[in-house]
Design a protein around this ligand. Structure first.
Ligand code: OSB
Ligand code: MG
Length: 370
């Protein structure tokens, strides 16, 4: 059991090395909340995966901040001495807001593991020391720029390329990349930009031997994804539609997907992510670790998750240099063989570098147990 004495919330901003465009918008800067939790014996960090706008999900930074400050932090202080499962339980009366919940649960888990001198990877039973990595490539202004960007990532060693697509920026772009790289493991991510009426366009992607098409249809839909799955050969993977283990169970029961993208922040934290992993593993469904352009803090969590045995496909766990000129932590580095090291130190195994943290901080608020 551990008791939380104080929580510090910080809003941080880091410029991205290049704009990241998806079917729902462009990001030029990573802006997110970090939570710093102090227990009796340690300090832990958690990164919120929400962004500045309610686009990928309903959650966004300003709302997550209020939920953390006014509901989750008070619930955690009131809970007193708890285990990680107890933190989840004390958050249960707040409906929704999985990204805010994950932030504080993960920070608590980091501190709790540090008190016990245990790594997150060992806590998760993740034995691999290195994980194979892929990279998610944003929508570029031209096909030429897309080919150049893909070329660069392959030269660095990335083992799987994921292309963001949107209506009108799909078949031709994917064809060009496939033509240039006949054997590269390739996938696409639509971020919910299509409708079932677009099934023919999506079926045209069957020609390119893709590993999967990620979240083609509406973010809250499961039934239409199941219908689409009957009309295309490429396996469907769900991201936005899976917000909990219950969603994953429903999606698998309905045949809405054959692959699951696990993002711990999207599903309320590391414990729920583990439940989805376990469920999929039991059913022989491959999972992989998604990303939300996290800083080195959130990425350390992703690397530990990606080392679990059911994560059988390379994830969007890319190196610090793919996102930032300078990360908040010591950089996560890609080996030329396309793998990255799983942090092995206590807790998440990394922490923000004090000077970098100060330079990137836009706002802080300290909350104390009474
Ligand atoms: O849909 O997987 C997504 C980034 C932000 C929001 C949603 C998504 C993504 C990515 C990038 O694809 C993954 C990463 O490199 O962190
Ligand atoms: Mg996605």
């Amino acid at each position: 059991m551990s008791r939380v004495r104080a929580i510090e919330l910080r809003l941080v901003a880091l410029p991205l090395v290049r704009p990241f465009r998806t079917s729902f918008g462009v990001e030029t800067e990573k802006v997110c909340i970090l939570a710093r939790v102090e227990t009796e014996g340690a300090v832990g960090w958690g990164e919120c995966v929400a962004g500045t706008e309610p686009d990928f999900s309903q959650e966004f930074n300003e709302v997550a901040w209020l939920v953390l400050r006014d509901f989750l932090a008070p619930a955690l202080f009131a809970a007193g001495d708890v285990e990680p499962e107890g933190v989840e339980a004390c958050f249960a009366r707040v409906r929704g807001h999985p990204m805010a919940k994950a932030t504080l649960l993960d920070a608590f888990l980091d501190a709790w593991l540090r008190e016990r001198e245990r790594s997150l990877a060992s806590y998760l039973g993740a034995e691999r020391e290195r994980v194979p990595c892929g990279v998610s490539v944003g929508i570029t202004p031209t096909t030429e720029e897309l080919l150049a960007e893909v070329e660069g990532y392959l030269a660095e060693g990335y083992r799987r390329i994921k292309l963001k697509i949107a209506p009108g920026l799909d078949v031709e772009r994917v064809a060009a990349v496939r033509r240039a790289h006949p054997d590269v493991p390739l996938s696409v991510d639509a971020n919910a930009a299509y409708r079932l009426e677009d099934a023919e366009t999506l079926a045209a992607l069957d020609a390119f031997d893709l590993l999967m098409v990620e979240q083609p249809l509406h973010h809250e839909d499961l039934v239409e994804h199941a219908e689409l799955a009957r009309r295309v050969r490429t396996p469907i993977c769900l991201d936005e539609s899976i917000r909990s283990a219950a969603d994953a169970r429903a999606a698998l029961a309905l045949g809405s997907c054959r692959i699951v993208n696990i993002k711990q922040g999207r599903v309320g934290g590391i414990l729920e992510a583990r439940r989805i992993h376990d469920l999929c593993r039991e059913r022989g469904v491959p999972v992989w670790c998604g990303g939300m352009l996290e800083t080195g803090v959130g990425r350390a969590v992703n690397l530990a998750l990606a080392a679990m045995p059911g994560f059988t496909l390379p994830g969007d766990t890319s190196a610090s240099a793919r996102y930032f000129r300078e990360d908040l932590t010591e950089p996560h580095v890609l080996d030329p063989d396309g793998t990255m090291a799983v942090p092995r130190g206590p807790g998440i195994g990394v922490e923000p570098l004090p000077e970098r943290l100060e330079a990137c901080t836009r706002r802080t608020e300290r909350l104390e147990a009474r």
